[in-house]
Design a protein around this ligand. Structure first.
Ligand SMILES: Nc1ncnc2c1ncn2[C@@H]1O[C@H](COP(=O)(O)OP(=O)(O)O)[C@@H](O)[C@H]1O
Ligand SMILES: [Mg+2]
Length: 508
């Protein structure tokens, strides 16, 4: 320093002055311009600072999400119609991430992916908002699943039981009854206190209207939020919809409520994201999906859980729906989802064609955790059902070769067929747990053996009526989660046999 002496100051003084003049002129650009726009994405330039996933405001009230941050060019997912946007239009940053309204005010409403009402019921007065992307609960916040989520559908509750906080995939070709199962699961929560969120992604408007009407007619809409991003909506909205729907559901979970969420369907969600990624020029991978397609689905479904009591004890049960093409469950998206979820309900077009409805293929369906939460009486009766059914199906395929069958084999085949007939169920014809236990017991213990296939449905009604009327205390005990004692089992079978014989006498 001393070596430079006065000379040093002489040199640096003007520089300092110059810097002082320049500094105030550096300003963070809060606005930018559109370089190109179309098909649901835009490229913009001009921001000097921007956060990942930040909301950007375009003209005409259109918003977008900053998605690919590259120097000089930012790829934006537009959450609205790009038709009115032009290159050169200005946009501004918001400093926020995408959020949606949450809370009671949304129940009974049909909203879009940003929580804006699309029904005719006026504005939504929600006091709170929540970001659409939120971190999933940590391991330490999670509790094991312990309460069943009854769908009221025999083939599901008995063979692939679902627990509150579980993620169970509904998988199958188009028109196999996937939506029907999901909607029935929502309808059956009438007296359970479970709230529901139905998230429709990429569907035709008429299909969504049908679901909403079904919910309304059954009086279930008031405890449901419907989130819709239709097939004609911007791919960005279809992409955001399930995250937004999950945030709305999480709000209730955090308050200790049990919530059921249906994503119908994830295949369309994946396609919307693929479209966006290709337009944003991200490198395509398998089946042209971007490399992070697994991650976008796992981070969504990781948000479903059962929280510890310390964290409110609420739960979020997720039923993602995946549509397969020509029963190809080893395609990219189905395999991803199978590995992310805790099991799958596989619906078979072959069963559907045969009129075996719901078309649940018991052998290809599994619930990896739900059995632990099944009510004890239910488990006692349904425990051996899957194994018995698998053996029956194998036996039946051999019997087709026309071989001579011994008495024992013939008896087993009859029993299996009656079980299969018993698993048939109409839409919206929910069966409470005690009745399910009863008819399941009837089928597996041979009470139905003497009947013809077409008599099973009527017999089932007779059995349920008899059990309800004559064994109300036992029904209450089963529903309350008490185990099925040997005498109780005997009483059920005796009551049901008597009811069927009585019916026989009456008919004669
Ligand atoms: N258990 C059932 N009994 C009678 N009809 C059913 C049953 N399940 C589904 N369906 C009918 O089958 C058709 C296809 O069902 P849907 O749930 O829309 O299929 P997906 O969602 O797989 O395309 C609908 O018309 C529906 O009413
Ligand atoms: Mg459907």
């Amino acid at each position: 320093m001393s070596a430079l002496g006065d000379l040093g100051e002489d040199i640096f003084a003007p520089l300092g002055e110059a810097l002082g003049r320049i500094a105030p002129e550096i300003e963070v650009a809060e606005t930018a311009r559109i370089l190109s726009v179309g098909n649901g994405v835009a490229e913009v330039a001009g921001f000097t600072d921007l956060h990942a996933d930040e909301v950007l405001h375009f003209p005409h009230g259109v918003v977008g999400i900053a998605s690919s941050l590259r120097p000089g060019r930012i790829g934006v997912i537009v959450l609205g119609d790009t038709a009115r946007l032009r290159p050169g239009d200005r946009l501004r940053r918001s400093g926020r991430v995408v959020d949606v309204p949450v809370g009671e005010a949304l129940l009974g409403r049909v909203v879009d992916a940003l929580g804006r009402p699309v029904d005719d019921l006026g504005r939504i007065d929600a006091a709170e908002r929540s970001p659409v992307e939120r971190p999933a609960p940590t391991i330490m916040q999670r509790a094991p699943v312990e309460v069943p989520l009854q769908t009221g559908i025999k083939a599901v509750d008995a063979a692939v039981p679902i627990a509150r906080g579980q993620r169970e995939l509904i998988l199958g070709d188009r028109q196999t009854g996937k939506t029907a199962i999901a909607v029935d699961a929502i309808l059956n929560q009438k007296d359970t206190g479970v709230l529901s969120v139905y998230c429709a992604i990429g569907q035709r408007a008429s299909a969504v209207v049908r679901v909403v009407e079904t919910l309304r007619k059954a009086g279930a809409l008031g405890r449901t939020i419907v989130v819709v991003a239709g097939g004609d909506d911007a791919p960005g909205l279809q992409f955001v919809a399930p995250y937004a729907a999950t945030s709305m559901a999480e709000h209730f979970m955090a308050k200790g409520r049990d919530v059921l969420i249906v994503y119908d369907d994830i295949t369309r969600h994946a396609r919307a994201y693929r479209e966006l990624s290709l337009l944003l020029r991200r490198p395509p991978g398998r089946e042209a999906y971007p490399g992070d397609i697994f991650y976008i689905h796992s981070r969504l479904l990781e948000r479903a859980t059962h929280l510890r009591d310390k964290h409110g004890g609420g739960s979020l049960t997720a039923l993602p729906v995946v549509e397969t093409q020509a029963q190809n469950i080893s395609a990219y998206i189905p395999t991803n989802l199978i590995s992310i979820t805790d099991g799958q309900i596989y619906l078979s077009p072959a069963l559907f064609e045969k009129g075996q409805l719901p078309a649940v293929d018991v052998g290809s369906s599994v619930s990896r955790v739900g059995g632990k939460a099944q009510l004890p009486a239910f488990r006692a009766v349904a425990g051996s059902l899957r194994l018995m059914y698998a053996q029956f199906e194998e036996l039946e395929s051999f019997a087709r070769f026309g071989t001579q069958l011994d008495e024992e084999t013939r008896r087993k085949l009859t029993r299996g067929r009656r079980v299969r007939d018993m698993l048939k169920q109409k839409e919206h014809a929910h069966l409470p747990v005690p009745e399910q236990v009863a008819v399941l017991l009837a089928a597996t213990e041979g009470v139905l053996d003497a009947l013809a296939a077409e008599e099973v449905a009527a017999a089932e009604e007779t059995l349920c009526r008899a059990v309800r009327a004559e064994l109300p205390a036992l029904c209450a005990a089963i529903a309350a989660g008490e185990p099925l004692a040997q005498e109780a089992r005997g009483a059920l079978i005796a009551t049901m046999r008597a009811a069927l014989e009585g019916r026989g006498d009456g008919d004669a």
